[in-house]
Write a protein that binds this ligand. Structure first.
Ligand SMILES: Cc1ncc(COP(=O)(O)O)c(C=O)c1O
Length: 417
């Protein structure tokens, strides 16, 4: 019996040796199960699920999401292009973002994206002109920033009053009036996203109250009846292995109950509800593998274990003070007897995956696995210090396939003189 770490039936050490490290390994079965659990939770409830591609997107992932029947949120021309290459049905695609470029909006219109979530009054006007130019009417939602502070890190709160996202409440009626008067814009409803990595329903419940109240006011002042209410994503995953899983499908069901009761209390026609989960679908499914390059003990201070990746493939410790633990993939039986910092190779003292974590005796060549790295890791990759983007492996019940191949030095130099 091997003492290697197994992920979705695959030997992680074999994967590390075959494909090199750092290496993202995604449990494909887990991601598919999570898509299905959420799809099941909204079945028959006039609601749908749109996967938020920003969490983790490549062509293989777009195909997976498509096969599971979900919609797809894209937030850049690049994400939209990958969806296009994957053959994703464009009527199930949404365009997001607070600073959409003309080429992103144009590509969305050309390819027939189902919905554009408009983030500002300027965007309303720019989109309208682009639609008029093409003689195309576009379905839109207007994103609102309703002043809700979710229980999460400040950097991933996205609906508070002082926020770069969405139309400010003070100007919402004016924006809705503009959209309703436009022959090129088909206003389906409103959008809100309260934040990310949230483990309770409080902020989503507050969003339901606020948004249904707003819909009621807009019906009164402008006679506008929404067909859609998009409540964004945000369902969290454990911060450390062993913590309880967030029951996102229960949350979805409870939030839908709230929408039903709020609409009933206000006498509103119940709009279709959209959820945009990203992290909950991809986060727990991913581990990242690294190879130990050196072990340096500073007597009486700290032991630094240097590995071949860090803030370039996972900037979350620097952005959100995210905590990680490591597992020794090539010997899961070696007991953790000491503590160490796991350091990346970048020229920054802060390039630490963790500053202090229990570890076994470690040596050069050991393979470490960092769990809970499926979301906002690969998608946040940077080329600092000319790092090469790691490969992405989809593992499923003992078989593995390359979803994204490792970047080569030739890839890195492409386009440079
Ligand atoms: C508009 C919008 N929708 C959905 C999401 C996905 O959030 P999560 O991955 O936390 O579910 C985000 C994340 O930032 C977002 O900005």
């Amino acid at each position: 019996m091997s003492d290697h770490l197994i992920w979705s039936g695959c030997d992680t050490v074999r994967l590390a040796h075959e494909y090199g490290t750092p290496l993202y390994v995604m449990d494909e079965s887990m991601m598919r199960r999570r898509c299905r659990r959420l799809a099941e939770a909204v079945k028959g409830r006039n609601a749908r699920i749109c996967y938020a591609g920003k969490a983790f997107l490549n062509i293989a992932m777009a195909k997976l999401v498509c096969e599971e029947g979900l919609g797809l949120d894209t937030v850049s021309e690049g994400e939209l292009y990958l969806a296009h290459l994957a053959g994703f049905p464009m009527e199930r695609v949404t365009l997001h973002g607070n600073a959409k470029t003309e080429s992103f909006l144009s590509a969305g219109l050309e390819w027939g994206a189902g919905t554009v979530v408009v983030d500002s009054e300027d965007e309303l006007k720019r989109l309208e002109s682009l639609c008029a130019l093409r003689g195309k009417r576009q379905t839109i939602l207007i994103r609102v920033s309703p002043g809700i502070e979710a229980h999460t890190h400040k950097a991933i709160q996205t609906a508070q009053k002082d926020c770069k996202f969405g139309v400010p409440l003070a100007h919402l009626e004016r924006a809705v009036k503009y959209a309703l008067a436009s022959e090129w814009l088909d206003l389906a409803g409103l959008h809100v996203h309260v934040g990310s990595q949230i483990h309770d329903t409080e902020a989503h419940f507050a969003a339901v109250s606020r948004m249904t109240q707003l819909l009621c006011e807009l019906r009164g002042s402008l006679g506008f009846e929404a067909r859609e209410l998009d409540l964004g994503g945000g369902f969290g995953i454990p911060s450390l292995p062993g913590e309880a899983e967030t029951p996102a499908e229960e949350f979805v069901s409870q939030i839908l109950d709230r929408v039903d009761s709020s609409c009933e209390a206000l006498g509103l026609r119940r709009p279709e509800v959209v959820f945009e989960p990203g992290r909950w679908i991809a986060g727990e499914a991913g581990i990242t593998l690294y190879t130990v390059q050196s072990v340096k003990e500073i007597p009486g201070v700290r032991t630094y274990v240097a590995v071949d990746g860090g803030m370039t493939d996972n900037p979350r410790p620097q952005l959100y003070q995210a905590q990680y633990v490591v597992k020794l993939a090539n010997d899961t039986t070696r007991p953790a007897t000491k503590r160490a910092a796991i350091a990346g190779p970048c020229c920054e003292s802060g390039d630490l995956l963790t500053a202090d974590t229990p570890v076994p005796e470690l040596h050069v060549g050991d393979v470490l696995a960092v769990p809970l790295t499926g979301a906002y890791n690969y998608s946040m990759f940077s080329t600092y210090n000319c790092a090469l983007r790691p490969a992405v492996i989809f593992a499923q019940d003992g078989s593995a396939r390359v979803a994204v191949r490792r970047q080569t030095l030739e890839d890195l130099a492409r386009g440079q003189e």
